[in-house]
Design a protein around this ligand. Sequence first.
Ligand SMILES: CSC[C@H]1O[C@H](OP(=O)(O)O)[C@H](O)[C@@H]1O
Ligand SMILES: Nc1ncnc2[nH]cnc12
Length: 305
Amino acid sequence: MATDKVLVGVIGGSGLYNLDNLTFIKHVNPETPWGFPSSPIAISSLPSGALVAFVARHGVGHTISPSTIPARANIAALKSLGVSTILAFSAVGSLREEIAPGDFILPSQLIDRTKGVRPTSFFDDTGVVAHAGFGDPYSKGLGRWLEGAVKEALENEGRGTKLWTEKTLVVMEGPQFSTRAESLMYRMWGGDLIGMTALPEAKLAREAEISFALIATATDYDAWRPHEAGVTAAEVGAILKQNADTSRHVAAHVIERLLGAAQADSTSTLLTEEKGCMQFALMAPPLSVKNAALAYVLPEYFSAP
Ligand SMILES: CSC[C@H]1O[C@H](OP(=O)(O)O)[C@H](O)[C@@H]1O
Ligand SMILES: Nc1ncnc2[nH]cnc12
């Protein structure tokens, strides 16, 4: 099933700086109205010939901190290539005893503990006000479908990696890890996982009408456990390689099946679930507004001056 369109994008987090299990074709580096993406985007092909676009969230040499990731450029650059669905990978700490380092999770909810220092909207400084729906931060149909596909990929890899679903991810500013008091408070709030990068990425994907799912990979137990030292970067680093190898396997397996499923059923909305979601989020008639930045990321509604 070959197509020359890049319908699926992957964002790699800590430890996942390439998809070198796929056949590399070329790098592209689109300059967006929000600057360049975190890394040049690697276009690779799956065994079927279908194309995948990959961006390394922290740069390929992990030089970009969570607070300064150019998330708007990453999402806009992927959209400019034709991407309609993004699978994002993220290393997270566990706030629950049962979720162990090495486990994979498809979170369904987010709690925002970033500090307002990250630009979170494509509409900033455009004169257009938009309120995207975000009650379900991850695309629900895609998430339901991924549950089976990721489970199958993990079983097929044969490492015994567990998959959890319906979990709540707390997104903190960083770069320092949490105090014990904060970690305990997040547990009381209902948090199951903690990370530093899931926002604003998911909000921006929604504004860009891109289907979006997060595949979180647990690296540590954060600081809430009594009688255990708090988390360190060394502890996280020790498990990143194993998680990244499994993530590469999961990405290849899942994307091949996702594209196959979408192509086999012409009524499938797996790749297009969020299309049209911004239509009623805009507080002014969009076609009356000419804006180059919005025309770049939402050409469905805006045109350039
Ligand atoms: C190296 S641990 C902290 C670092 O790892 C996570 O990154 P990502 O979500 O991109 O995998 C976490 O959010 C921090 O940025
Ligand atoms: N314990 C933790 N806190 C925040 N982000 C993380 N990423 C991986 N482990 C983390």
